[in-house]
Design a protein around this ligand. Sequence first.
Ligand code: ASP
Length: 287
Amino acid sequence: MHVIAHGGAGSVPDEPAKRQRTLATAVEEATRSDDPLEAACAAVRALEDDPRFNAGIGSVAQSDGTIRTDAGLMVDDGTTGGGTVGAACGMPGVANAVDVARVVATETPHVMVAGEPAVDLAAAFDVETDVDLWTDRTRERWDAADPPSGGLDETLPWVREQFGRGSDTVGAVATDGESLVAATSTGGRWFALAGRVGDVPQVGAGFYADDRGGASATGAGEAIARFGLARRAVDELERRSSHQAAEEVIEAFADATGERAGLVVVDHDGHAGSATNAASMQTAERP
Ligand code: ASP
């Protein structure tokens, strides 16, 4: 099993060594599985459970002071543009959003389920709900942002002023040389309007996989969604190595949007590449 994981593109993080250890452990444990779907989910789950990353516990809060998680994954089915997709978004109290995305992929005929019904679906398939996703660090940051208490006329200017400061989505791509799975999970970006959903659960934006390879993206979610970053990286694999594909698509993204992003890309032979135009993006890879 070959696995590469990332811990989000953004500013240089606090405690990079501890984060790097979690990334290393996540991919190490993931390679013990002989199922790429379980391997990708195991890597992402380990990162969701570490409060240093913006996914699961430690995620960022939206304008109403609620933390909502999003995740998406795709399993290639040996065709170009086919594959099984599952995504879940806008879920309060769900740490392992990737497991809900997996339930959507394997147990429903849909590609995405949102909000409270997604939380109910999680509970029905034994994914833990009612988890306290706040940490001391996120509580301090929220309190310092002078959050709005009024209606939309007060909230929207606050969102326009504050939105997008800080992120750190997580993701992984796993392949056993036969099947390939890409998965991404996040709490979104700080101080988004309540109910905002970014690129992460949108197929082709935050994640993508088919018979050419797979990608997991991170960064400015609205721009990533408009650009279709993960799908475009996999399209590039027809012309380039995974590393060159990652570099090429990040350069094109930066030119087109002026925003920051990062991604990991894996071809079907398990060759991995990564690139970012942000200050930092930590990754780990096994073997
Ligand atoms: N892409 C994520 C979002 O916009 C944030 C991140 O990657 O850190 O929701």
